[in-house]
Design a protein around this ligand. Structure first.
Ligand code: M6R
Length: 365
């Protein structure tokens, strides 16, 4: 580890530094894992092994699990391979019914998460092939998997994972494209991931430049709130889970991420005057549905906000994120949520980087 990488520099907390580093991580991954032609630059042995699989099983915990949920959408869309995502601590003891030729992908920033390792030990005992995508070279999950890919995000020190989540999604996108190309899927061949990651990097910077506005919003609405909700559909729902986790773990606001259509089946009962509800809207097909679910909470007194992709934006939207391919919008839509969590924690006077009861790597089951 390079000592300068672990220096906080002018930042009050590592989390803000790590959020700010995301555009560069995107550029780095594009440079390392794609060629100038846009073609993925990935170990052919890995792609061949993946290509033989009839089903992909993605395993992770916490934020890494959430990155896996995004990965599923990409593997299914670009490579047409059925993909399951599992919470490591559940999968290890679930006696899962596997397909004939499974391939396992382990997502772990630290590479040391005991819950994920327990699954990998079982996978190895059955001689199944696996890939670990991790930020830490020579970590346990790195050493024990058949194949490895590094996140190249630089050390992530804040307990709240930020740049590892976006790096995991970027690597999954490159891998899904490579697999899709191996399967001669036109959609994968047409998906220019190198160019998209360039757009993402610029887009992330534009959002990060809106910090002051996001801090005002966090201070006014999230700091005083006992609870808050993020809602969305499809890929936006997966980002709502990650957004809620970020908020709850460092600001202690009880937060839930929700499939927006499910709210009215129970959870809407929790909405009170001033409860913050954030709608994540990046998918054309479901944009209006999430907007109307948001409206339902507003008419019960919620303070509502939106994180919206530019081409779907309306006049009163709160945070507009630049346009990128619908499949990789989580790389941008999560950034305002990371900043909301950061500024809520900061303005509550909490220790942003070291929230109570949590450790950076969880090495017990
Ligand atoms: O190191 P890992 O990615 O395996 O860690 C998994 C989780 O413990 C981790 O993502 C955790 O949820 C984060 N602190 C959330 O910000």
């Amino acid at each position: 580890m390079d000592a300068s990488e672990t220096d906080k520099g002018p930042y009050p907390y590592y989390m803000l530094k790590e959020i700010d580093e995301q555009p560069n991580v995107m550029r780095k991954l594009a440079a390392l894992y794609t060629q100038e032609s846009g073609k993925p630059n990935i170990d052919t042995g890995l792609i061949n092994a993946l290509n033989e699989a009839d089903r992909i099983y993605i395993v992770g915990a916490g934020t890494s699990y959430h990155a896996g949920l995004v990965g599923k959408k990409m593997f299914e869309k670009l490579a047409h391979v059925p993909t399951e995502v599992h919470i490591a601590s559940e999968f290890a003891y679930d006696d899962p019914l596997l397909s004939k030729k499974p391939f396992f992908i382990f997502l772990s920033q630290s590479g040391e998460t005991a819950d994920s390792r327990e699954v990998l030990v079982n996978v190895n005992a059955h001689d199944y092939k696996s890939l670990t995508i991790t930020n830490v070279e020579n970590s346990t999950l790195f050493r024990e998997a058949t194949y490895t890919m590094l996140l190249h995000a630089g050390p992530e020190i804040s307990v709240a994972s930020t740049k590892a989540y976006t790096a995991q999604i970027a690597v999954e996108a490159i891998l899904a494209k490579a697999l899709g190309e191996a399967k001669e899927q036109t959609i994968a061949e047409d998906f220019d991931i190198r160019q998209q990651l360039g757009l993402v990097a610029t887009g992330m910077q534009a959002i990060i430049d809106e910090k002051d506005m996001i801090e005002k919003l966090a201070k006014k609405y999230f700091v005083p709130a006992p609870r808050a909700f993020y809602i969305g559909r499809g890929i936006d729902q997966t980002v709502s889970l990650e957004s809620a986790l970020k908020l709850k773990e460092i600001s202690y606001v009880q937060a839930e991420g929700f499939a927006s259509g499910e709210l009215k089946h129970g959870t809407i009962a929790l909405i009170e005057e001033g409860t913050p509800v954030v709608g994540i809207i990046t998918q054309e097909k479901t944009a209006n549905l999430t907007r109307s679910n948001l409206q339902e909470t507003m008419s019960r007194g919620a303070s509502t906000f939106t994180i919206v992709r530019r081409s779907l934006a309306l006049e009163d939207d709160t945070i507009i994120i630049p346009d990128v391919d619908e499949m990789i919008t989580p790389l941008l839509s999560v950034v305002p949520a990371q900043l909301i969590a950061y500024f809520t924690s900061l303005n509550k006077g909490l220790d942003v980087d070291r929230p109570r009861n949590l450790a950076k790597s969880v090495t017990v089951e």
